[in-house]
Design a protein around this ligand. Sequence first.
Ligand code: ATP
Ligand code: MG
Ligand code: MG
Length: 548
Amino acid sequence: NGNTSSNFIKNIMIDDLNSGKHDQIITRFPPEPNGYLHIGHAKSICLNFELADEFNGKTNLRFDDTNPLKEDKEYVKAIKEDVKWLGFEWDGLYFASDYFEEMYNRAILLIKKGKAYVCDLSAEEIREYRGTLTEPGKESPYRNRSVEENLELFERMRKGEFKDGEKVLRAKIDMASPNLNMRDPVIYRISHATHHNTGNKWCIYPMYDFAHPIEDAIEGVTHSICTIEFEDHRPLYDWVVRECEMENQPQQIEFGELGITNTILSKRKLKQLVDEKYVDGWDDPRMPTISGLRRRGYTPESIRNFVRETGVSKTNSVVDVRMLEHFVREDLKLKAPRTMAVLRPLKVVITNYPEDQVEMLEAEINPENPEMGTRNIPFSREIYIEQEDFMENPPKKYHRLFVGNEVRLKHAYFIKCNEVIKDKEGNVVELRCTYDPETKSGTGFTGRKVKGTIHWVDAKHALPAEFRLYDSLILDDEQEEGKSFLERVNPNSLEILQGFIEPNMKDVKPQDKFQFFRHGYFNVDPKYTTKDKIVFNRIVSLKSSFKL
Ligand code: ATP
Ligand code: MG
Ligand code: MG
């Protein structure tokens, strides 16, 4: 961690430490527990934790749980797990809901100062009265209620005497402000709902714009980092800190949100994909959630490196999803053992290989990382190769198997195809080949050359395995006006294949990662793998045209 490259937020922190404005940097990551974290959140997490870390500061994990209808303990648990998995340790663990009493008291203070009032307008009326950018707002008829009346009504709101939406508490600021957020924003609403943390203790809840600055100030957060959409809310943030007479004065700083091509980054929409069963849960390997990326096989390092590379700027940006894939390839290149898997098996009988003979071949686990050592692979008379590595009528530049052609079996021998066996329908079901014992891999045979090298597994000893190959969950089409993003969901984003792996993989564990020769990087799926069947998720294929 640490070592973020220079950026404008870091420069503000350096200035604030040099000027003596602060002697310690305190940041927070403030998720609302209304869904699982996605890779956009990872950006905010890395930024907050890495910046504070760099100055020996502190970072809190704070659940911004002021909206009881959408929040749930399940999300709290998942968020904690994801932050830890990404490699970060929070200093304080807080809930905005633990501050409800203090927030209520600060609201009373505002009322007493004549800076807040209870308003009976409906949500729709409030919107109408607010005006537009070109047109000033209109004052609420309840704006000039006396302090006493406001105190009494607000207390009765808390006691549950009114229905949802019947009354709100509003800050009394300026209905003619050019900033719409300053036109007497609602700061408390009534909601008779059970809260995941406070149960039925409250039926009034603070709005984000009122709650967030108070949460930051209570915790002594020095730099409150948020996304650009809150830039126009900053004057209100500062107003709340000042008028509520908070001791600490946190500074809100906005940065550009991370967007990724072919990727939905909105908890609301991701929840819809889960609820409507487009995917098998928040952790479906096609989801851009942290838990989905984890199950797909992404490593915390690859996500952190990716996020760091996207930089920190003052505008939103959209990066190519292939950049994310690039970082996981980079990370796994030296870490993942290499092995062979046949995804679409075709049986090959080596007719001149003695029946009942089995030999063990030695192969490097990772030629780019020799320290990983070697493994043994059995070889005998019957093997499986990929269906696509044989063609009956090959085009000119096809160098793999066809009748009369010879190829190299990776780590083994040259084999030559002599005969094709078909079933009644005419499908190729088996090949008859011969091998040349002289050509054994590692013996330095130079007698002749072949152009194709293919992978294989021994038929008698191979382990069955399932392979799940993924394509983008979301198609590239720009969203058309009025069209739901659900219409961009790719109907062919998952392909499931039954094949075989080398027998030396019998003890793999969920989340183990491998590079299958020619196929790419795969992760052992933690949800569907059983004692009897290993299920692999393809993380990424091997090649990409992507360049940094
Ligand atoms: P969503 O828009 O997906 O519903 P949110 O922004 O409402 O997410 P919060 O739980 O409120 O989610 O966000 C926690 C933190 O993560 C906030 O500081 C928010 O600005 C930040 N964040 C969310 N999405 C992104 C993103 N795409 N890029 C960078 N930061 C993000
Ligand atoms: Mg939110
Ligand atoms: Mg957002």
